[in-house]
Design a protein around this ligand. Structure first.
Ligand SMILES: Cc1cc2nc3c(=O)[nH]c(=O)nc-3n(C[C@H](O)[C@H](O)[C@H](O)COP(=O)(O)OP(=O)(O)OC[C@H]3O[C@@H](n4cnc5c(N)ncnc54)[C@H](O)[C@@H]3O)c2cc1C
Length: 449
């Protein structure tokens, strides 16, 4: 009998690994089990589907289950949920929701790619049918069905992380009055508060009613109860972050790591023999802080899936880790970060300098030039780059990739000022904002010595 790989979870981490393992091991019997109705989809596109930029939910599907079966020879089963995992018997228990039956399936190798789920606080009324967490395409389908059936006049987003911000914008663009409630003093906890304050201002300018420092206490039909009084809400979106779907693996005895995510080594191996994990369900190593972290991003899930697939297929690959790079857009404001913020550098015990510069996305005289603010954090003694944040308008955010590359290469801000970056007036000033920020950081480090 052919050796069998069972994949739990049919999106970025799972199907990237499944396709890679299949390519390297044509003899392998590959079965992919997905509890939802869709596989291999872009959850990242959901806010743009809700906003109406993308017409059809199916446009977010990259490869259909039919195509996985026909072209990849992967036995792709949707609406099949793994309900238990027995590592000694080397089998999973599967609930087939399509045919209302339960069966057991043996495996030689297992890949856990169960993703993460939106945090649902244990508050009165949280199970109301107008309260939506958004993670999978099935979640998006339910949310859109609700919004189409009873077009909401008032939408409340709970939580000011990037998904909350993107969903808030999406509902403004659908014509709703949107309130965003955040318990922390500022939105976007992944930025320092001075940078996040600019995002806050941009959201208000777009018409979003942003209420920071306000804790949610419960939900009632038509309203969200907060410490500062009720907020009208025909529909609620939860944007409180995610938690890893690691219970299945944890209950079976697989070791868990950062924030309860499945602990993996750099080859994506778990603590259990022949069991691998990839994506939002597992942790990653942070190359700057040198800690294990849980980063739930498609960028990471795809890379981890590729590495797991190569290793399962008999090759050798490693995922060295993350530097914490993320980018988003709220209204016309672009937001990006990488490495450590000033707050994180202080938390991790670094002695650092932090500088902020304001510049323009194109040459100052060039039509269409837009503002950009760049904040850089560098180690005080060595000048090693520790992190960067960018808030600006069109053309600003992707500059973060230069900083992400510099972090990976462990460059100092002294190295960065000589980088041979491109220049022509439609793209930047002769001193790109990245270089201007690095120069200011060099001055601060020299002063601090
Ligand atoms: C609204 C939104 C916007 C986003 N935007 C971005 C972005 O701009 N950039 C970025 O990098 N990332 C973004 N992300 C994050 C990105 O989508 C995820 O990091 C990525 O999808 C993770 O892939 P995954 O395969 O690990 O997990 P998931 O995509 O969560 O897939 C896991 C799958 O496993 C299935 N599953 C779970 N348990 C079981 C079980 N017991 N049995 C069978 N199946 C199971 C689930 O149904 C799910 O389909 C966004 C996410 C959301 C929700």
């Amino acid at each position: 009998m052919a050796e069998r790989l069972v994949v739990i979870g049919g999106d970025a981490g799972g199907m990237t690994a499944a396709a890679m393992a299949r390519r390297l091991r044509p003899d392998l019997d590959v079965v992919a089990l997905e509890r939802g109705a869709h596989m291999s989809y872009s959850a990242c596109g959901i806010p743009y589907l809700v906003a109406g930029d993308i017409d059809d939910l199916d446009d977010l599907v990259v490869v259909t289950p039919d195509r996985f079966r026909a072209e990849y020879n992967i036995d792709a089963r949707t609406r099949h949920e793994v309900t238990a995992l027995d590592l000694d018997a080397r089998q999973v228990e599967v609930r087939d929701h399509e045919h209302d039956r339960t069966y057991k399936l043996g495996f030689d190798t297992l890949l856990v790619a169960t993703g993460a789920r939106p945090v649902r606080p244990d508050l009165p009324g949280i199970d109301g049918d107008t309260i939506h967490g958004v993670q999978t395409l099935d979640d998006a389908e339910r949310l859109l069905a609700d919004a189409d059936r009873r077009p909401p006049r008032a939408v409340t987003v709970v939580g000011g992380g990037y998904i909350g911000l993107e969903m808030a914008e999406a509902f403004v663009r659908r014509g709703a009055a949107v309130t965003l409630v955040e318990a922390a003093p500022e939105v976007m906890r992944t930025l320092d508060t001075d940078m996040a304050a600019m995002v806050h201002k941009a959201m208000e300018a777009f018409g979003i009613d942003v209420r920071t420092g306000v804790a949610v206490e419960g939900f009632e039909p038509g309203r969200v109860l907060t410490a500062a009084g009720p907020v009208e809400a025909d529909l609620v979106v939860l944007g409180l972050g995610v938690q890893p779907n690691s219970e299945l693996a944890g209950d079976a005895g697989v070791a868990l790591g950062a924030r309860g995510a499945i602990s993996v080594n750099r080859r994506q191996q778990t603590s259990a023999d022949g069991v691998w994990a990839a994506g939002d369900c597992c942790d990653s190593f942070h190359l700057v802080s040198q800690r294990n972290v849980h980063v739930a991003l498609g960028t990471v899930a795809n890379k981890q899936g590729r590495v797991a697939g190569i290793n399962i297929g008999g090759g050798y690959a490693t995922f060295p880790g993350v530097v914490g790079t993320a980018v988003t857009k709220v209204c016309s404001t672009e937001v990006a970060r990488t490495g450590l913020t000033e707050t994180e550098a202080a938390r991790d015990g670094f002695a650092y300098e932090a500088v902020t510069i304001e510049s323009t996305t194109r040459a100052g005289y060039f039509p269409g030039t837009k503002p950009i603010t760049v904040k850089v954090v560098a180690e005080r003694d060595t000048g090693r780059l520790l992190g960067a944040q960018i808030v600006g308008e069109e053309g600003a955010a992707k500059r973060i990739d230069v900083f992400a590359t510099a972090l990976t290469a462990r460059l100092t801000v002294f190295d960065m000022i000589s980088l041979d970056l491109s220049y022509a007036p439609p793209f930047s000033s002769v001193w790109d904002p990245v270089l201007v920020a690095a120069r200011k950081a060099v001055e601060a480090v020299e002063r601090g010595r």
